[in-house]
Design a protein around this ligand. Sequence first.
Ligand code: ADP
Length: 258
Amino acid sequence: MWIGTNTDIHEQKEREQELRRANEDLQQFAYSASHDLQEPIRNVTVYSEVIAKRYGPLFDEQGLHFLTFLTDGGKRLARLVNDLLAYTQVSLAEITDSQAKASVALENALAALAEAIRETGARVTFDSLPEVGMGEAHLQQLFQNLVSNALKYRGQEPPRVHVSVADQGSFCCFSVQDNGIGIDPQYKEKIFGVFKRLHHAGQYSGTGIGLAICQRVVERYGGRIWVESQLGRGATFYFTVPRQAGWNFTAEAESTAS
Ligand code: ADP
């Protein structure tokens, strides 16, 4: 006796396609909206500064106070829109078949953070790092966001940051370890959401998009990102990326699903 099952997944595939299209439309919309918002926001920040400089002396104390709200609000809006644009750019950028030297990407990230490293008295160390199958700019973006957070969320001691790597078959697993304030484990997934922050702007500056960008980058290469941490005990961020360029994670995911 033969027993078999036959499931028609045509409708499910159609729904997936619709969802993918809607998602792409939404990303395109977010990209255009954040791009087009830059110009009017720039006008707000530039002209509120011009007013403060040129007409400041004519304002009373309350007027000056209101003007500060306007300039600070404009600057924050500009930062938010810039970060949102960076986020949507990662989603829409073509993934090219390229190999990146992780040591070069990290050195470039550290050069961009040189001032913050000097100001905080941080010491950043790293193991010997391999080549991986991704765009070098994307890998630099990952290192830059993670090291910059390690410096920003530092504890009482000067920051100590260590970057290392472990072999995971066709993937490499990088880790960025710090000795900072740490994260309550209950928030370890929430922090990767867009605009999700555990502190308000008065405590630590930021827009809450850095980790969402990191997550989007690694997911585009078929990898994943997560954090291990305890409050007050530093944090270690891990991310996996393919060893070889062109590793087709969609094909692999489909073949394991079928
Ligand atoms: P931002 O730094 O702009 O708030 P991120 O997306 O980079 O945005 O980080 C989200 C939140 O995760 C931060 O607001 C912070 O609360 C927490 N976080 C990120 N990195 C660290 C770290 N190395 N140590 C402690 N907390 C961190």
